[in-house]
Design a protein around this ligand. Structure first.
Ligand SMILES: Nc1ncnc2c1ncn2[C@@H]1O[C@H](COP(=O)(O)OP(=O)(O)O)[C@@H](O)[C@H]1O
Ligand SMILES: [Mg+2]
Length: 252
């Protein structure tokens, strides 16, 4: 796999998403301790970190559940720190949460319809074709219930559903979790293709540092609720600290 070329709009311009000094608590426990992250238009940005580092918490905080207790989240120049979650979804931020939470009793088609409801079904047929192009597997299983799909197919469906809402920013929480290497490659290739062909901006949260950093224009390392390193994806991959902490024991 080759890294995507740097986005033309990155650097110098205002970030599409700016997370500033964000602190998030669960009760008295501070899960995010003042996080700064930027995502520019057209970029793939990856956040890597071990289990429990706070990756999912950051993604959920951007969506307003839970709320940041301190700091600021700005999207497209608007402060969304206190905005209700359903209003945030209307801003064309889509999320594929950890654990691929599709609707298990609904068919593939119905799951994709649910995604399109956010966009008011204005481009349903066109978007459905795009999703099927990206993941032909889903087309073959269009009438199958979500819960009976394999893990990889469920992940494709979760991403497909997010895409049906026509996001401008796609946030993915550990899309590779529990999947076989070949399926992981298909999913990451699809993310790269979306970014390359449509300029879709992607914020990807992963424990799978090798693939995720290879794919990313820029990356962040989150340790225990704090960003400890940032840089170009490839550059982070070369750093001995990253290799030692996140790449030991195989590259899948
Ligand atoms: N709903 C919750 N209630 C209490 N603590 C939580 C909750 N969700 C996550 N945490 C804690 O917050 C920290 C960060 O968790 P999380 O964001 O899920 O990490 P990651 O996604 O990086 O694995 C962990 O210590 C976790 O135990
Ligand atoms: Mg998580």
């Amino acid at each position: 796999m080759t890294a995507a070329p740097p986005p033309v709009t990155a650097g110098g311009t205002k970030p599409m998403l700016a997370v500033r000094g964000v602190k998030t608590f669960y009760g008295n426990i501070m899960a995010l301790k003042g996080v700064d992250v930027d995502v520019h238009r057209g970029e793939i940005v990856t956040l890597i970190g071990s289990n429990g580092a706070g990756k999912s918490t950051l993604m959920m905080t951007i969506f307003g559940q839970p709320r940041a207790r301190e700091g600021q989240i700005v999207y497209d120049g608007r402060d969304i720190t206190k905005m209700p979650t359903h209003e945030i979804a209307q801003l064309k931020i889509a999320q594929s949460p950890e654990g691929r939470r599709i609707f298990p009793r609904m068919t593939v088609f119905e799951n994709l319809q649910m995604g399109a409801s956010v966009d008011g079904f204005g481009h349903f047929d066109e978007d459905l074709l795009k999703v099927f192009d990206l993941f032909p597997r889903l087309k073959e299983r269009i009438n199958q219930r979500g819960g009976t799909l394999s893990g990889g197919e469920q992940q494709m469906l979760a991403i497909g559903r997010a895409l049906m809402s026509r996001p401008r920013l796609l946030m993915l929480d550990e899309p590779s979790l529990g999947l076989a290497p070949l399926i992981v490659k298909q999913i990451f290739d699809a993310i790269r293709e979306l970014n390359r062909a449509e300029g879709l901006t992607v914020f990807l949260v992963e424990q799978n540092a090798f693939h995720a950093l290879k794919l990313a224009h820029r990356g962040y390392v989150l340790v225990n609720g704090l960003v400890t390193m940032t840089g170009a994806g490839r550059e982070l991959l070369e750093r001995p600290e990253v290799r030692a902490a996140y790449l030991e024991g195989g590259k899948h």
